[in-house]
Each structure stands twice: as C-alpha cells, then as structure tokens.
Design a protein around this ligand. Sequence first.
Ligand code: NDP
Length: 246
Amino acid sequence: MKLDGKVALVTGGARGIGKAIAQSLHASGAKVALWGRNVEALQSFARELDPSGATAKGYAVDVGDSERVEAAVEEVVKDFGQLDVLVNNAGITEDGLLIRMKDEQWRKVLDTNLTGAFFLLRAAGKRMLKARAGSIINISSVVGLVGNPGQANYCAAKAGLLGLTKSAAKEFGSRGVRVNAVAPGLIETDMTAKLTEEQKQALVGGLPLGRIGRPEDVAGAVCFLAGDESAYVTGQVLSVDGGMTM
Ligand code: NDP
C-alpha cells in the first residue's frame, strides 16, 4: 500500500473530517496517532482501527497547549519510531459579528486553529527536518480565501494558516519536507450540523457539483498530499469544495 511503513499524526482524529482522514491513511498502510481532547472517543476509534493497538493509538492533547504538544510528539516517536506525516486538522468555531465579538471568542479560535497548528509544525517539523523527509497538511477552509460574515476570527485563523503553510514550505523544502494546505468547502460534520437544511441547500445548491461535501472527500485529497504521488507538490492550497471558489 502507498503509505506502508509511514507514521501519521492527525489532530482532531476521532471525529468528522479528522476521523475520515485517519481512516484513509490507516487503510493506505500508515500507522496513525490520533490526537484530541476526548480520550474515550480517541481510544474507541483507535481500537476500531486496530484492536491490537500496534498501528493506531489515541493521545489526549489540547493543541493549544505548547508544552503538551512538544511532549506528545516525543511520545508518538517513542511509540512508533518515527513521524512521516502530520495533519493539522483540529479546529473550532465561535461565530459572531465582528463588532460584538468578545476577546475570548477571538483568542479561543486563534489559539486552536492557528497557534495550535504552529505548535505542531514546530515540534513535528524539527523531527522531520532531521529525518530529511515528511509531509505536513494543514486543514484550512475556503472561508480563509474569501472571508465570511460572522466568522472574522475563524477566517483570520484559516487565512493565517495559509501564510504559515507557505512560509513553512519555503523553510522546510530544502530538507525534503513538504507543507501543503487543503481548503474544504461545506462538509457534513458536527461543525456544520447547526446549519438548517435550507441554509445548507442555499450554500451548495448553486455549486458545480451541486452537493454538500463528505469527510471522505477531504480525506482523499489529504492522502494524495501525504504520499509520494505528490512528491513535487509543496506550498499549495488544494480546495475541496465542489467548485465553490473557482
Ligand atoms: P468537528 O467539529 O466535527 O471536529 C473538530 C475536531 O477538532 C474534533 O476531532 C476535536 O476533537 C478537535 N479539536 C477541537 N479543538 C481541539 C483542541 N483544542 N485540541 C485538540 N483537538 C481539538 O469539525 P470538522 O471535522 O468539520 O472540522 C475539521 C477541520 O476541518 C477543522 O479545522 C475545520 O475548521 C475544518 N473545516 C471544516 C469544514 C466543514 O464544513 N465541516 C469546512 C472547512 C474547514 P476533540 O473533541 O477530541 O477535542
């Protein structure tokens, strides 16, 4: 299989898009380290992937906690011997109109969606640079490209992630480490469950592909960027949005 012998770390790996990504990477032969805050969900999904625990393991990590991130990257390397693929997928929303947005709403979203990814890039990047190989995929969003009313914090974080992706790609490229971003459109998960059917239809009805996205749609793009099929691709943003932003 195309990711045989690789070790992949997926943040937010027990739910939604992260779960589908972890499933696809594992099905392609990678060992997977699943990160998140909900330990029970992580353990139960890891057991589902591999009851023996040899190729899938959950780790309780809040990506906003820099020290914990550093320590948990070491744990992953100790458990699996290496780290080849990092998927920065963990994310939250705290929507509200900009002029009414509380400091806390702004900070929480930036801390998880952008600073968390930076902590992971720094900790995992060191390892990958030493190994002179690796692929990092940051899950951004189409709203990081085009903005969205009521989501100034989220859009700023997701746009920031694109700058982070391109800078890291330029810094890491000479050592064989690639960094790319995926920008999903509207995908059916817990995050979008609060939208009504009418709202979802309004968003996807006019799309060239005419449907809402599935977590598996994003997972396919991530698997491509994780493996050697994309060996000459770095610093790119791949939109997985049914044609929303073309
Ligand atoms: P969900 O709300 O379904 O899942 C979010 C995931 O992030 C959970 O696994 C959660 O794990 C994890 N997470 C949240 N905060 C933290 C934290 N502080 N530390 C560690 N893990 C955390 O969202 P989706 O699956 O829809 O979204 C996944 C990614 O895709 C996000 O970055 C999101 O912004 C992005 N995206 C989603 C779109 C969509 O339409 N759904 C569109 C565009 C982008 P736990 O509960 O265990 O902490």
